[in-house]
Design a protein around this ligand. Structure first.
Ligand code: NAD
Ligand code: MG
Length: 397
């Protein structure tokens, strides 16, 4: 029996995780569930999974949850410090990091510092802290397992030794030429470019293959998601620029690939359903049933591939450039994107403004080195302020 904490239990990844856990009552027990403000949903989950602790964002939500859970043994707490405490608590072995955005950084790092098995969905946490994130894991001995479907696919296609060296592996020494990160191209892949500016949040959130939270859905439409994943892959697999490529694969049957020096390409395939990578992470080294049906190859049709078009996806170019520019650039890009996407979802800016705003934020002079989490967080808030200024500028053009 292993004990698990799920950060962001009410989200899309949280739900998929609990769906897998529900299928294996003899293998997992839930220590803690957390959510920002979806109190009713969290209360339902607490009644079903009976965690020792439930964490919400603030005092008001905590009072509501407490009331809904009258008679249950679950202790209700709130705030960032409580999130950090449950992440590090000795009662759990596994922490699923599935909060969205840089808000997940502190609890994710707390789980790493406590040496947990960290199931990493919260890509923004790694994007904003990169080298420091990896260094914390090396120091504590925490085991990082990638949940993001592409990174999980790559992880499954790597040799055993590389899998044990997340963040420090040497791809060339493992006989690997490069990693191929696949992406569907999102809902606007074939839209005439001049129609992009008028796209609504509802249209951007209509992903052709995957059902996900709203922020990552917009990121998939701009392909900032693939950009963040590029940065995520750079850290997890310790890539050099020539070891990381992106290919558009609209059917989302192949979830990513590894090209070996002998000409072999290993791919991981499956339905576009996050329960597959989640079950893979939860089961290691064994395989678990996830509830996902097998692929029916007589229905998948043709699998197609093409290079990304950077005129359609300027956010992808910004992310690749930031990746090799350095930590300050990726931290600022992530902050700018979070603020811009929220403004887009609130209909304060148009779809194509997201890339324009991010580009403006990156024009600021950035610190050349960042040595601590405190400095990162300070830069993150500075970049959010720059973004709010840039939002006004694009709206006044
Ligand atoms: P979501 O919006 O559906 O859920 C986010 C969860 O985080 C919710 O439980 C919410 O209550 C919580 N949360 C939000 N803001 C918070 C804050 N400030 N403090 C504490 N908790 C907060 O998001 P999602 O689609 O489940 O994505 C979660 C993470 O997983 C993201 O980083 C995303 O990029 C990554 N991811 C998601 C998918 C997917 O299919 N949904 C796939 C790969 C990676
Ligand atoms: Mg992904």
């Amino acid at each position: 029996m292993r004990s698990i904490t799920i950060l962001g239990a009410t989200g899309s990844i949280g739900e998929s995780t609990l769906d897998v856990v529900r299928r294996h009552p003899d293998s997992f027990q839930v220590f803690a569930l957390t959510a920002m403000s979806q109190v009713t949903k969290l209360a339902q989950l607490c009644r079903e999974f009976k965690p020792e602790v439930a964490v919400v964002g603030d005092e008001t939500s905590a009072a509501q949850l407490q009331q809904l859970l009258a008679g249950e043994a679950t202790e209700v707490v709130y705030g960032e410090q409580a999130l950090v405490q449950v992440s590090a608590a000795r009662q759990s072995d596994i922490v699923m990091a599935s909060i969205v955005g840089a808000a997940g950084l502190k609890p994710t790092l707390a789980a790493i510092d406590a040496g947990k098995t960290l199931l990493l969905a919260n890509k923004e946490a790694l994007v904003v802290s990169g080298q420091l994130f990896i260094e914390h894991a090396i120091k504590s001995g925490a085991k990082i397992v990638p949940v993001d479907s592409e990174h999980n696919a790559i992880f499954q296609c790597l040799p055993e030794l590389a899998r044990q060296q997340i963040g420090t592996m040497k791809l060339a020494e493992q006989g690997i030429d490069y990693i191929l990160l696949t992406g569907s191209g999102g809902p606007f892949r074939q839209l005439p470019l001049e129609q992009l500016a008028a796209q609504t949040p509802a249209a951007a959130c209509q992903h052709p293959n995957w059902s996900m939270g709203r922020k990552i859905s917009v990121d998939s439409a701009t392909m900032m998601n693939k950009g963040l994943e590029y940065i995520e892959a750079r850290w997890l697999f310790n890539c050099q620029p020539e070891q990381l490529k992106i290919v558009i694969h609209p059917q989302s049957v192949i979830h990513s690939m590894v090209q070996y020096i002998d000409g072999s390409v290993l791919a991981q395939m499956g339905q576009p359903d996050m329960r597959t990578p989640i079950a893979h992470c939860l089961g290691l080294p064994e395989r678990l049933r996830s509830g996902v049906p097998g692929l029916n190859f007589s229905e998948t049709g043709a699998l197609t591939f093409s290079p990304p078009d950077f005129a359609r996806y300027p956010c992808l170019q910004l992310a690749i450039d930031s990746c090799w520019q350095g930590q300050s650039a990726t931290t600022c890009l992530n902050a700018a994107n979070e603020v811009a996407v929220e403004a887009f979802l609130n209909e304060q800016i148009g779809f194509t403004h997201i890339a324009q705003v991010c580009a403006r934020v990156l024009e600021h002079e950035l610190p050349s080195r960042i040595d601590s989490i405190e400095d990162l967080l300070a830069l993150d808030s500075q970049a959010r302020q720059w973004t709010r200024q840039a939002l006004e500028q694009v709206n006044n053009v």
